[in-house]
Design a protein around this ligand. Structure first.
Ligand SMILES: Cc1cc2nc3c(=O)[nH]c(=O)nc-3n(C[C@H](O)[C@H](O)[C@H](O)COP(=O)(O)O)c2cc1C
Length: 367
């Protein structure tokens, strides 16, 4: 095969791989974070190869020669695609937890998801316009491009709220997740946790709507923060207490729970909860899920109802990508007089495999 032919074949393979990788990237829910990050690297490597192969053509993008309208539109879309891809690459580093954990300041999960949607739609348009310029059947090609681009943008936008929400059921063996090495602590803290299970009216077919926060442990539904509490209980023989709302429970669907919690947040609500007596403990470990960038409002109720002055408060936040948001600051404001320690943040996917990390953390915090 001569050089030009090889280059063309490689170019086609790389282009197809880029479309495939981009689509696979949108299936984060199924692939999980590690595969997503590795595929992301693959996508950007392909992008660089694509630009190297087409470098002569890219050099003509900005020359001022008079060009037909279709070519101008193609060029503008290509420049937009390049810009979005570059910003997407930077934002990928910002939201990365595995390969680039040092650039968190650049990370916005929402920006990343919308950029990915823009890159997907622009890629379809870009590929379509290449065909449009070459084909004689302009009308048919135009309709295909319009429909393809709208479909890609719609699928992307529809997926945005779910891209890193895990609707798969995480099935675990309770014993395997919880049982293990024991630790002797200098004092026994009380473990208080909030989790969706116990605070939600789940539909009977909850498996179909379950989120990352839901685990099936030995066939039983279990909140992931409850699982963390069980791990600490197993390791350090601590007492555990659940924060349980006494009024209306949260809705079964993840999306509706987000809506309710946003409303509670903007109203600064304090939902009623079952009383929790912390008087016999010098320290409390609070395990809470991050909700809308801060603590769920029933956790705020617990903190404000409890006299934590003079006690140590250790924090474990579980989250779906936003670290711990403003939760620690907010907690400090609600617990005057308490000694609030630094938070440990656990990504929701990692929860079932966190026992070892918890033991290490317990040893550091209490011994
Ligand atoms: C109403 C709601 C709001 C959430 N908001 C955020 C958020 O702002 N940032 C984030 O990273 N994760 C968010 N999450 C994801 C949870 O923090 C994560 O799934 C956590 O592991 C849930 O733990 P649980 O099962 O014990 O309730 C939210 C989850 C729910 C249900």
């Amino acid at each position: 095969m001569d050089k030009a032919k090889t280059k063309k074949t490689v170019g086609i393979i790389v282009d197809i791989a880029m479309y495939g990788l981009l689509l696979a990237q949108m299936l984060y829910v199924f692939t999980g974070n590690t595969v997503h990050e590795v595929l992301g690297i693959g996508f950007f490597v392909c992008l660089v190869v694509h630009i190297i192969i087409k470098r002569k053509w890219y050099a003509t993008l900005f020359n001022g020669a008079k060009k037909p309208a279709a070519r101008k539109i193609f060029n503008i879309s290509t420049i937009l695609l390049m810009l979005c891809s570059i910003v997407l690459m930077v934002s990928s580093m910002g939201v990365s937890r595995l390969i680039f954990p040092w650039f968190r300041a650049l990370g916005s999960s929402d920006l990343h998801k919308y950029l990915a949607t823009a890159v997907l739609a622009l890629s379809v348009f870009h590929g379509g316009m290449r065909g449009y310029i070459r084909t004689k059947k302009k009308k048919k090609a135009g309709i295909f491009i319009a429909l393809g681009t709208i479909a890609a943008a719609s699928v992307g936008l529809a997926l945005v709220p779910y891209l890193n929400r895990h609707f798969k059921v995480v099935d675990i063996s309770l014993n395997e997740a919880v049982d293990g090495e024991k630790v002797q602590l200098s004092e026994k803290p009380l473990v208080v946790y909030f989790t969706r299970v116990g605070n939600t009216d789940f539909d009977d077919d909850v498996d179909a709507v379950s989120g990352a926060s839901l685990l099936i442990a030995d066939g039983e539904l279990m909140g992931s923060n409850q699982l963390l509490a069980e791990m600490i209980k197993n390791a350090a023989d601590c007492d555990t207490k659940a924060i349980t709302v006494t009024g209306k429970k949260y809705p079964s669907s993840y999306g509706s729970t987000v809506t309710v919690s946003l409303k509670e947040l903007s109203n600064d609500s304090r939902p009623e909860i079952e009383p929790i007596d912390i008087s016999g403990y010098n320290s409390v470990i609070l395990i809470y899920p991050l909700w809308c960038g801060t603590v769920p409002m029933p956790v705020a109720t617990f903190l404000e109802n409890s006299d934590l002055s003079g006690k140590k408060l250790y924090l474990i936040a579980t989250q779906g990508s936003s670290g711990f948001g403003s939760s620690t600051e907010d907690i400090r404001k609600m617990t005057e007089g308490a000694d609030v320690e630094e938070v440990m943040s656990i990504y929701c996917d990692d929860i079932p495999y966190s026992r070892e990390r918890l033991v290490k953390w317990l040893n550091e915090a209490f011994n």
